[in-house]
Design a protein around this ligand. Sequence first.
Ligand code: CA
Ligand code: CA
Ligand code: CA
Length: 274
Amino acid sequence: MRVWAVVLAVVLVGVPAPARAGFTGAGFVATALDSAAVKARDHHCSSSDVIGAGAAITGGGDDVFLTAVGPKADLSGVDTAAVEDQDGFAGQWRLYASVICGVAPVDRKVVTGQSALSSSSTQAATATCPGSSRVMSGGAVIVGGKAQVGLDDLRITADLKAVSVTAVEDEDGFGGGWRVVARAVCTATLSGLELVTATVPASSSMMKALGVRCPEGKHLQGMGAAITGGGGQARLTTIMAATDQGPAMLVTATEDGNGYGGSWTLAGQAVCAK
Ligand SMILES: [Ca+2]
Ligand SMILES: [Ca+2]
Ligand SMILES: [Ca+2]
């Protein structure tokens, strides 16, 4: 599939580390291709800082949930995890961890928000950047959920002030307690910071995908994605840097195993800066 040709063609973009803060490159690693029920993968930057991160599931179709995506809370690497759904998946699948590397702004700070531990079918958490700082990248983690909660939104607000994460229980629900965590990496010193958002038109197609590119002269710093109208029956499956296409990110989402009759949209977000 062309979408995956784009993902898999991602290459390290190696440019000398600039003295000022900003992007230096992006890359990815993957787990083994097998049918393990739970997978996690870390990734790092060899000679610079983790400034943004993403994740992707391939081969898992509508049977695997993304449960962690984004930079680690201490920014030492990336937080990437996925799990097969409640009735499992016999096929082989892979989890990709995508990292965006650069010279971190000196003032960067990680802010976290989380929902209360409960069995509410939809839960949301927001991480808001303090003062005049704004979001350069974000992340989401589903805690608990036992393979029955899907990621709906890792949304960066239009004013770049916050990361808003929403997750939803699967179609037949989940009786246990779980929570969702939102993570924002914030800075007030990155030059030319802007958010570029693109949206796939509403439809009931089983799978949706799109790429979002930074404007000429700017680099990718972080990524967001959001499903609207999925009724808890569509979930995010890719939020990944695709730097062979220039400074761009790729997002995909898919309906659950028995589909969804409603119409839904998928948005991808690229946080860009000079
Ligand atoms: Ca299944
Ligand atoms: Ca369930
Ligand atoms: Ca369904």
